[in-house]
Design a protein around this ligand. Sequence first.
Ligand code: NAP
Ligand code: MG
Length: 451
Amino acid sequence: MDVINPATGEVVEDVPMASAPDVDAAVERASAAFPAWRAVSPGDRARLLRAFAQEIDDHLEELAALEVVNTGHPIGQARWEAGNLRDVLHYYAGAPERLTGAQIPVPGGLDVTFHEPLGVVGVIVPWNYPMPIMGWGMAPALAAGNTVIVKPAELTPLTARRVGELALAAGLPEGVLQIVPGLGPEAGQRLVTHPKVRKIVFTGSTRVGKGIMAACATDVKRLTLELGGKSSNIIFADADLEKAAATAPYSVFENAGQDCCARSRLLVQRPVYDRFLELLEPAVLGVRVGDPYDEKTEVGPLISAAHRDRVASYVPSPGATVAYQGSAPEGPGFWFRPTVLIPSSSEAACWNEEIFGPVVSVLPFDDEADAVRLANDTSYGLSGSIWTRDLGRALRMSRAIEAGNLSVNSHSSVRYWTPFGGFKQSGLGRELGPDALQSFTETKNVFISTD
Ligand code: NAP
Ligand code: MG
């Protein structure tokens, strides 16, 4: 597989892709490594994960540079991504000694619960945030005593491969964490169907996620899904319009819109609709799209030529007009200008489909009920933002929107110490936060008779 630098279109490296038999061999190694890894004492497992986090930190610049070349992410963002992987490892390094069960009062004996690791866990990663998303699956899985096989996206194997080497350098035993670059329908599919893989963590498209869910049924395999989104940024007339307009572009154009949490629907209350679009224009034109190595760059290129073609098919879009577009470099690389669309109705394709590019669609709404109806009119339910100065309204809206991650008067959605995941077809289960270990363990109940 030729790895391409999306900012230049040039080939970076030819990376061998694992075949299904290669995956089988990796599963055998992971399976063989499991008994010893689960037996590592909690304190020692914690120490190894902290050492792993330290290795990431010691190589943060190298990892960030690899991510820039492989994904075109701006260097500042790429550093954040490597830092997120380090922090997630540190966070779950605190888990092994705290993975406590319960003691439940029963007559005639002692009843206790244990959280047992599952065995081999497969983590299937997309190309949009290779390091963070790998970490969100891998770190709690390892902390709970599982062995892990990561399949990075075919387009973005470089940082994952290096992270695998750093795990070994940190002292993780052979076979505990393996990275298997490969194609989805071959290497990915084999992970999903292999009977010795006890759990799959999948992040990617809803279409592939549904197929994986069906395939997991064969072995009743455990599964966490993080899928697509079509999230709303809802601006009420009483909001701080200047701040809402200044930040709205970053809620959807960050990472060139290749973000499952992108607020790609912008809902503006009718009395301030025109004013808001006026305020939004300079903010959109001010987004700095360009050279990923420039420290001031905010947005890089799209991941591939094929993906750019897909995004471009929405601009112009049937049933929508282009309000305005920001700028992007010309020439080689898979660049796309930040784009604001005005659909003629909520039937328009751009309003309903996940574009996964720097394209936002704007519609007006009348009142709270209208905003809730529009925002919930989708099979997705991942994130969203609510802008209002009325606390009661903020709470009513937060309860009414069918989505897993909401923010009020901000766009933050993913913090590694709070739960993350989707309603409806945006996913299944939750990652991150204090409870993530539960989804990498089975609860076992043991009764010991005192007779
Ligand atoms: P994808 O095809 O769903 O890929 C996600 C991961 O699953 C990749 O590692 C992929 O491998 C693998 N995969 C593909 N088919 C598989 C199969 N049959 N069995 C097991 N694994 C399989 O998504 P994509 O191609 O990266 O992007 C397509 C669309 O998905 C995007 O345009 C966007 O709408 C959505 N997406 C969502 C997220 C998110 O965070 N929720 C992230 C990325 C993409 P390959 O790399 O070889 O395909
Ligand atoms: Mg794919």
